[in-house]
Every structure is written in C-alpha cells, then in structure tokens.
Design a protein around this ligand. Structure first.
Ligand SMILES: [Zn+2]
Length: 89
C-alpha cells in the first residue's frame, strides 16, 4: 500500500490503478478528456457535438474500466444509481 497524498481533480478516486490514468487525471500539461463529473462519476469524452451555433459540446460517457490498464474503476450499477439520483434531484 502506498500513501500518496494528491487531491487534485478526481485523482484521489481514480488513477490509483496505473501511472497513465493518474497522469491524465492530474492533467498538468493538457486538458484531459477523462474527467470526474460533479456526481463523482468518471467520464471520458468520446466526441464533439454541434449544439446549434454555439461552440461544440463534448459528448461524455461513463468509463467503467481504465482505458490504459483495464482495471475496473467503477461499477456500472453504482453509476446507474448515481444517474438516477441526479435525475431526481
Ligand atoms: Zn489504469
């Protein structure tokens, strides 16, 4: 067990599995396309969408497995629960 202290972005909750994800989550040198939402769900931007004539918006999808090392980072059922909670709010 390591006892690293890092509290930027969602690096606390996600990014424990490997150095790659940890780097993306800390996003020091770039704007990461994998981010933690306000609901605590880890999202990956999968594309851009044109919203009317405004700036293009990002299309996000929840990530269940780390794209780098394949570790399960969140539970689909838990994510669905969080979704339903935020719908009701
Ligand atoms: Zn990983």
């Amino acid at each position: 067990m390591t006892t690293e202290k890092q509290t930027d972005g969602g690096a606390e909750n996600f990014g424990k599995c490997c150095e790659e994800l940890k780097q993306v989550m800390s996003g020091e040198d770039f704007e990461p396309l994998i981010t933690t939402g306000g609901d605590g769900i880890l999202y990956m931007s999968v594309g851009l969408i044109d919203i009317e004539e405004d700036e293009p918006g990002m299309v996000d999808h929840p990530v269940f497995f780390c794209p780098f090392c394949g570790t399960k980072v969140q539970d689909p059922e838990k994510v669905r629960e969080l979704f339903e909670d935020s719908d009701n709010a």
